[in-house]
Design a protein around this ligand. Structure first.
Ligand SMILES: Cc1cc2nc3c(=O)[nH]c(=O)nc-3n(C[C@H](O)[C@H](O)[C@H](O)COP(=O)(O)O)c2cc1C
Length: 210
């Protein structure tokens, strides 16, 4: 059995980021253990127009991410006895994408109010790679303090803030989403071709000798 990455989707806007990260992991031959918080069901419904139902997760997740779900294991967020709630459960690490301010706070203080927060705490305590992708703006002091606590606990805090270089003003929403997803995969060492890497050449810059 291949060791999975845990992907936690919390109730912040940005469910396309989660879909792109999962597609990237699956494309790279990785397996995914998926945990979707209760609030994230609202954002998925709002942003895709479709529900995510525990009983129909295979159909619903396949429609949401636009990929085969054969290599995904789905764990209900209320199931605190699920595999990812224990440090002895094998996992490569975890990505929380998008990460609500509530999820950031809960993970930072070890609240473990659901399986998503518990799995993140477990991966941190086991010193595995954990990437947290916060999506809120502007932010309060307490938001910043929770992000700092996550950083200090070993997480990579990777805000959902796409770069426009490469595609520039012509960037599509899909390219911007893929940029953030690609940065997440970079952070956990998973190869991808989700964005064009900066190669030291501005797109419209004339050669230096002109
Ligand atoms: C449509 C919708 C969009 C939301 N967007 C955000 C957001 O971008 N960032 C955020 O921190 N919270 C956002 N929230 C609020 C969170 O869902 C709420 O704080 C929730 O308690 C988070 O719970 P969770 O961390 O368990 O998923 C949004 C809620 C809804 C219904």
């Amino acid at each position: 059995m291949r060791t999975p990455w845990v992907v936690g989707v919390s109730g912040a806007s940005g469910t396309p980021y989660a879909a792109a990260v999962m597609r990237g992991l699956l494309d790279a031959g990785e397996t995914v253990d998926l945990v979707v918080s209760r609030a994230a069901r609202l954002t998925i419904l709002d942003e895709t127009g479709h529900p995510l139902r525990d009983a129909h997760w295979k159909d619903d997740v396949a429609r949401w991410i636009g990929a085969d779900v054969e290599d995904i294991t789905f764990w209900p967020a209320g199931d605190l006895a699920a595999g990812p709630s224990s440090g002895s459960y094998p996992a490569k690490g975890m990505v929380v994408v998008p990460a609500s301010t509530a999820a950031c706070a809960g993970i930072a203080i070890g609240l473990s109010k659901d399986l998503l927060q518990r799995a993140a705490e477990v991966n941190l305590k086991e010193r595995r790679p954990v990437v947290v992708v916060p999506r809120e703006t502007p932010v309060t002091r307490s938001h910043l303090e929770h992000l700092l606590a996550l950083h200090d606990a070993g997480a990579t805090v990777l805000p959902a803030s796409p770069g426009f270089y490469g595609a520039g003003a012509r960037a599509t929403a899909e390219q911007l989403v893929d940029f953030v997803a690609g940065k997440v995969l970079d952070a956990i060492g998973v190869p991808h071709t989700l964005f064009r890497r900066w190669a030291g050449q501005l797109a419209d810059r004339p050669p230096a000798d002109q």
